[in-house]
Design a protein around this ligand. Structure first.
Ligand code: UD1
Length: 422
């Protein structure tokens, strides 16, 4: 497995272009099997999860081509409605195939999702919602099976606003007979982006981006073109990289409006942040200040930026309290940050971080996608060399991260597995 090797201490400066959002691209790609015709998706990040979704669509029988950041998918015919475990064990978003398959093809067999090691991540709300739409659901031998003649619209209240759950149900309801109302729906921009794509293809959806989404089912969807929104988490990660290194970084091709909670916290931590239409500039001249934060569903502070902010807080002046309310044990980065000299106390779902003047480079192990990003940031700020092992997690969600950081002046390289560095 590859290792990322960082020699810390460089102040980052320059511009970095933000890629399309992985978490928008995945449901958009899954939704292509809801209809025939050609779907042309642009600004697709070339990350492992997207490649996995492409393979999955091919297994179903869709024609998939990938040229740079553009994907073309045609799903006029489907040969299989089964998503195998081997392909999907690393990608939780595989469950996004369930709604489209059962809605258009009447059946789906999808392996229970794997993915990041961030606590138990059930899919009960996806399944309960599909059952309300009239699907017969069973879970056996690690697979979910759903069957239905034609789904029927229903009123569905989600106990927790779930992002992929909302997306799954919105896709399924688009082809159901009658009206579906999703209450307590997730409001993340990625849900909205999926709705925009479905609307272009003939779906009838109102209220995406609010907590009540109404979907009027239609008989069929056509193909369509769509440009995926920029990745707000990648954007936040590069801003945090600028801040933690005392740098001067501009991110381009982003949507500042999607990053408001993050920008507020970066400002509270002492960074100077300026926004333009699709660019954000961050500069940090003094030491960072500790700041408290609580992760919440959008528009609150995203859990996917928690590890990166914790890295920042480990070298900020004072004490910060970070409360994780979205995922129960998303603190896998803590032990690794401690190996680098960080002072962090875990109290239930809270971290109490006491800032230190600096961190020390060390070999560390990435445990999930965003934890890996936190460790990379810590490595950029640390004295000496940090080796982040198991970077496949990082490759699931960040496009060319080492190249982008090198262009900002970081000393960072990828060591391929088996390669020995003297
Ligand atoms: C999505 C994102 C992920 C992000 C997360 C929260 C994708 C591909 N992934 O994941 O990067 O960290 O949103 O912003 O978009 N829950 C249940 N039952 C369910 C579904 C969820 O109890 O059936 C709970 C989860 O355990 C969690 C909370 O709901 O506590 C929110 O999770 P959810 O929004 O579903 O996360 P994902 O959609 O998996």
């Amino acid at each position: 497995m590859d290792t990322i090797v960082i020699t810390g201490g460089n102040r980052l400066h320059g511009e970095v272009r933000i890629s399309g959002a992985k978490n928008a691209a995945l449901p958009i790609l899954a939704s292509t099997i809801l209809g025939g015709g050609e779907c042309v998706i642009t600004n697709v990040p070339r990350v492992v999860d997207v490649l996995t979704m492409g393979k999955l669509l091919s297994i179903f029988g869709a024609k998939v081509s990938h040229e740079g950041s553009r994907m073309i998918i045609k799903a006029d015919v489907i040969n299989s409605t089964e998503a195998p475990y081997d392909l999907l064990k690393t990608m939780r978003a595989s469950v996004l195939a369930l709604g489209p398959l059962v809605a258009r093809w009447g059946k789906a067999k999808v392996s229970l999702p794997g993915g990041c090691a961030i606590g138990s991540r059930p899919v009960n709300l996806h399944l309960a919602g599909l059952a309300k739409l009239g699907a017969d659901i069973s879970v056996e031998h690690g697979y979910i099976t759903a069957t239905a003649k034609r789904l029927r619209g229903a009123r569905i209240y989600c106990d927790i606003p779930t992002v992929t759950g909302t997306e799954n149900l919105m896709m399924a309801a688009s082809l159901a007979e009658g009206t579906t109302v999703l209450e307590n729906a997730a409001k993340e921009p990625e849900v909205n982006d999926l709705a925009d794509f479905l609307l272009k293809r003939g779906a009838r959806i109102e209220g995406a981006g609010t907590d009540v989404i109404t979907i009027e089912g239609v008989r069929e969807l056509q193909g369509g073109d769509h440009e995926v929104i920029p990745d707000r988490i990648e954007a936040g990660t590069y801003l945090a990289a600028g801040a933690i290194t005392g740098g001067d970084v501009t991110i381009t091709h982003c949507r500042p409006v999607h990053l408001e909670a993050m920008l507020m916290k970066l400002r509270e931590a002492g960074a100077e942040v300026q926004t333009e239409k699709d660019r954000i500039h961050i500069r940090t001249s003094d030491r960072l200040k500790g700041t408290d934060l609580r992760t919440l569903p959008y528009p609150g502070f995203p859990t996917d930026m928690q590890a990166q902010m914790v890295a920042l807080m480990t070298v900020a002046d004072g004490t910060s309290v970070v409360t994780e309310t979205v995922f129960e044990s998303r603190f896998m980065h803590v032990e690794e940050l401690r190996r680098m000299g960080a002072s962090i106390r875990v109290e239930g779902n809270r971290l109490v971080v006491t800032g230190r003047p600096s961190l020390m480079g060390a070999p560390v192990m990435a445990s999930d996608l965003r934890a890996s990003a936190g460790l990379i940031l810590a490595g950029l700020a640390a004295e000496g060399v940090t080796e982040v092992q198991r970077v496949y997690h990082l490759d699931r969600g960040y496009e060319r991260i080492e190249e982008k950081l090198q262009a900002l002046g970081a000393t960072i390289e990828r060591r391929k597995s088996g390669e020995v560095v003297h």
